[in-house]
Design a protein around this ligand. Structure first.
Ligand code: UT7
Length: 324
């Protein structure tokens, strides 16, 4: 059996935060942000709107597209680093919200790579007998953003995307996924406070350890190198070449990273899905959000070869090939 994507869905909060808005908050400019990142605006969750609120709406749309009910699901996986609460998992909250049966539900923590990791876990479970698996990537990155730090606050946004994986005996679906990590580089992108190392305290909050910190320039260089490697690894595993790819759906961190990877691979930009201009970097939500937009825009046809690929905190990087 293979796992095929039977339906996709996404949701973004209503509030739009533009580069012009950010110009009024920190020493930045629309010109700098667009030139260095490709981002023009991002969505920000309303007060009280949490990860599972976004995830539930994306999941409902994916279930509708797959023509399935929540009670058909055998497993719920949520990729996130901004869950509603530290405990329980956002996946359990989603199970209840969707009215799914008493099925297994858990979160996957792999930062911006979370969706590709979760998809690979869902794929493995389908191969061992489950019929329908919900895989959600949902983030409220604004909850860990330091709005006085111009090096990070211009980059991230909130949103959610979801897919339903269904078992098929047809020769299509997820061909393989290729997951990697290098914990030695953990401090390139991290939130240091709020866990067991630096539990929440007045001192921890005063030091700003609750916020996401990133060494952007170093991260950029590792991203380009590892994304190229993971793309080639996936293609080589199936004796395929870059020319065989119909669509490339990368993590939407920075248009310059994506262009550099596409250029190294020799992949024309017409085959690349880009939407960070409207949503910024939504971490684990970025790929399923971009994939859903591409599917609904008619950019993915039956039989197409689609590659998804991400890079993020951990460090983690991962690719997956899908025959649509
Ligand atoms: O999703 C997880 C994976 N994350 C990524 O892949 C992110 C990877 N990194 C990046 O996308 C880029 O490194 C950034 C967009 C974060 C930064 O772009 P950069 O071209 O690497 O800029 P930089 O960090 O080298 O900074 C260049 C200059 C600095 O000023 P000086 O030292 O040259 O005077 C920064 O202080 O730009 C300055 N700068 C800004 N200026 C205006 C940094 N942030 C801003 C800003 N507005 N928002």
């Amino acid at each position: 059996m293979r796992a095929r994507i039977a339906g996709t869905g996404s949701y973004v909060p209503e509030r739009v935060l533009t580069n012009a808005d950010l110009e009024r908050m920190v020493a930045t400019s629309d010109e700098w942000i667009v030139e260095r990142t490709g981002i023009r605006e991002r969505r920000i969750a309303a007060p009280g709107e949490a990860c599972s609120d976004l995830g539930a709406k994306a999941a409902e749309r994916a279930l509708e597209a797959a023509d399935l009910r929540a009670t058909d699901l055998d497993l719920i996986l949520v990729a996130t680093c901004t869950g509603d609460v530290p405990l329980p998992s956002t996946a359990c909250l989603l199970q209840d919200r969707l009215g799914a049966g008493h099925v297994a539900a858990c979160d996957i923590s792999a930062a911006c790579c979370g969706f590709v990791y979760a998809l690979s876990v869902g794929d493995a479970y389908v191969k061992t007998g489950l019929r329908h698996v919900l895989v959600v990537g949902a983030e409220v990155m604004s909850s860990m953003t330091d709005w006085t730090d111009r090096s990070t606050c211009v980059l991230f946004g909130d949103g959610a995307g979801a897919v339903v994986l269904s078992a098929t005996d047809e020769d299509r679906g997820i061909l393989s996924s290729h997951l990697h990590s290098d914990g030695n580089l953990w401090d390139l992108i991290c939130v240091q406070g709020g866990g067991s190392r630096f539990p929440t305290s007045e001192k921890m909050l005063a030091e700003g350890l609750q916020y996401l910190k990133m060494k952007g320039n170093e991260t950029f260089k590792v991203a380009v190198k590892t994304l190229e490697e993971a793309a080639r690894e996936a293609l080589t595993a199936h004796s395929l070449s870059v020319e065989d790819l119909d669509l490339y759906v990368p993590h939407q961190a920075n248009v310059r990273i994506i262009k550099a990877v596409a250029s190294r691979l020799g992949l024309p930009m017409e085959k690349v899905v880009l939407n960070m201009d409207r949503y910024g970097n939504t971490s684990a939500a970025s790929i399923p959000l971009a994939l859903d937009e591409a599917v609904r825009a008619g950019r993915v046809r039956d039989g197409d070869l689609v590659m998804i690929e991400a890079f993020g905190g951990g460090l983690t990087w991962a690719s997956a090939l899908i025959r649509w």
